[in-house]
Design a protein around this ligand. Structure first.
Ligand code: IMP
Ligand code: MG
Length: 193
């Protein structure tokens, strides 16, 4: 499949390639929503917990692809390390309360080092949840991402730095509607404009 052209504006901002276009994301998100609704029935006692900030775009679409009542919650996890690599994860907010007996789905935008999911799984394991799933839009083809437990994966992608559809570089690009590869020059330059 030929990848679509990068829109001129985003090309000027340092985007080198459209990795996953809007239509492909929308199709896959619908499939994930359908899969969840088949597995979770009427949605009773289901809580989607989105990891701030990157998962906000994904969860906004995913929740609307689920045709039953479900609860939505958020948790903040900060990764530390340089701006394009993550080396560890720390909670930036409390874990949502009253998860006992709930079917929890942790929603994140990318599985990279796996630190975020490992941290959240360890936290959830102590809260008496009825079931626990992790659902990520993207998983990088690298260790330890590949060996981090994750029940639902939108797309497996190469180990490159990507932005858009919630993913950021220095908190920018989250609003770009497709997933694109940010070039090394732009990363080095910090995307000056
Ligand atoms: P983890 O390394 O699996 O814990 O993922 C931590 C966080 O690193 C993600 O939630 C993203 O915020 C960030 N991250 C990892 N890879 C990328 C990327 O390619 N683009 C933008 N952010 C990324
Ligand atoms: Mg980030």
């Amino acid at each position: 499949m030929n990848s679509p052209l990068v829109p001129a504006y985003w090309q000027q901002q340092g985007i080198e390639q459209v990795l996953i276009d809007e239509a492909s994301i929308a199709r896959r998100v619908r499939e994930l929503g359908l899969q969840l609704s088949v597995e979770l029935g009427d949605g009773r006692d289901v809580v989607l917990i989105a990891v701030l900030t990157g998962a906000v775009v994904f969860v906004a679409d995913l929740m609307r692809a689920i045709p039953t009542r479900v609860a939505i919650s958020m948790v903040s996890v900060r990764s530390y390390g340089a701006s394009t690599t993550s080396q560890g994860a720390v909670l930036g907010s409390a874990i949502p309360k009253n998860l006992e007996g709930k079917h929890v789905i942790v929603v994140d935008e990318v599985l990279d080092s796996g630190g975020t999911l490992r941290l959240l799984r360890a936290e959830m394991a102590t809260r008496g949840v009825a079931s626990l799933r992790a659902c990520v839009l993207l998983r990088k083809q690298r260790e330890p991402a590949l060996s981090t437990p994750c029940e639902m994966i939108g797309f497996d992608i190469p180990d490159v730095f990507v932005v858009g559809y919630g993913l950021d570089f220095n908190d920018e690009f989250r609003n770009m509607p497709f997933v694109g590869v940010l070039g090394a020059d732009a990363i080095r330059a910090g995307v000056k404009r």
